[in-house]
Write a protein that binds this ligand. Structure first.
Ligand code: PGA
Length: 297
């Protein structure tokens, strides 16, 4: 069979997601480029690998067989890479880090300090929300992840390294911004700007509000902390965000943290990797660095 590793990699992504669009997003390719690679692979194999039933695509029998092979090949390539990284040691090693969107507010400072200490390490940083981050961990596509609540349904090692308080923010001229000890029930009448589904902040916020029997009168969904902060500042409603996203806005007085009873919601940040994963020297050094130095960044 005359096929290429690239074709297998693209096929593997489509087979995992059962979606050309999601595979294209993951690989930073266009959808026609993904379709083209799959077509070429089908040409090499001589059989169709996917079939469309209604709106969904499915693996054919040949597709299922190829998927078993592509998973094994991807795993072996990762192992080969791991061995090479170990031989290279810290300097000259490669490090794949995935961080939750909210972590990125301090991850870049952390990374900058790490790269100054170990200038030879080649780092790739992927910033994404909790749900995507979990997928990358599951597919063994990242060495280390920095995130909130570690997943219960995935075998991981998770070590806490910093507190992560979630606070309620408002525009400085909001009626509540001068009040003290605001009762939780009072939030019920407010519009809330909340992160998208799949965000760890959103998950924690929903759990907290449900536990306290609070249902905000209305809510608007946004896919970034920046969009939430700007909309709160513009008077669109209240937001619940990690205090780590706020430094600048509080300093210049563009936002206020409200004094609401039972707040902040206390969470923690964790450094996480798959159980059983052999960390490269560079990954081990980064993990130790985070545990020791993160609180100073
Ligand atoms: P996120 O942050 O909301 O950007 O996904 C992760 C988390 O708080 O768990």
């Amino acid at each position: 069979m005359n096929l290429t590793l690239r074709q297998l990699q693209v096929f593997d992504a489509v087979a995992r997601h059962l979606s050309f669009t999601r595979a294209a997003e993951e690989l930073y390719l266009t959808q026609p480029a993904v379709s083209m690679q799959v077509k070429q692979l089908e040409g090499a194999v001589g059989l169709p690998l996917f079939e469309q039933l209604g709106k969904k695509i499915h693996l054919t029998e040949a597709g299922q067989a190829m998927h078993r092979c592509s998973r094994t090949i991807a795993e072996q390539l990762r192992e080969a890479q791991q061995l090479i990284e170990e031989l290279k040691g810290i300097e000259g090693g490669r490090l794949r880090i995935t961080v939750a969107t909210t972590v990125n507010y301090f991850a870049t400072r952390l990374l900058s300090a790490f790269c100054h200490r170990y200038p030879g390490v080649r780092v790739s940083l992927d910033v994404t929300n909790r749900e995507h981050l979990l997928r990358r961990l599951d597919a063994n596509e990242t060495d280390i992840a920095l995130m909130g609540q570690p997943p219960a349904d995935l075998d991981v090692v998770a070590e806490p390294f910093m507190e992560n308080p979630l606070v309620v923010i408002a525009a400085p001229d909001h009626a509540l911004s001068r009040e003290r000890r605001i009762p939780l029930k009072r939030l019920q009448q407010e519009t809330f700007l909340m992160r998208e589904r799949g965000s760890g902040t959103r998950m924690a916020m929903e759990r907290f509000l449900a536990e306290h029997g609070i249902t905000p009168s209305s809510s608007i969904e946004m896919t970034s902390n920046e969009a939430i902060k700007q909309s709160v500042e513009a008077g669109l409603g209240l937001g619940i965000v990690s205090a780590h996203t706020l430094e600048l806005e509080l300093e210049v007085g563009r936002l206020k943290v409200l004094d609401v009873e039972s707040f902040p919601i206390m969470r923690r940040w964790y450094v996480v990797y798959r159980k059983g994963k052999r960390l490269s020297a560079a990954a081990q050094a980064f993990k130790d660095f985070v545990l020791k130095e993160a609180h100073q960044c």
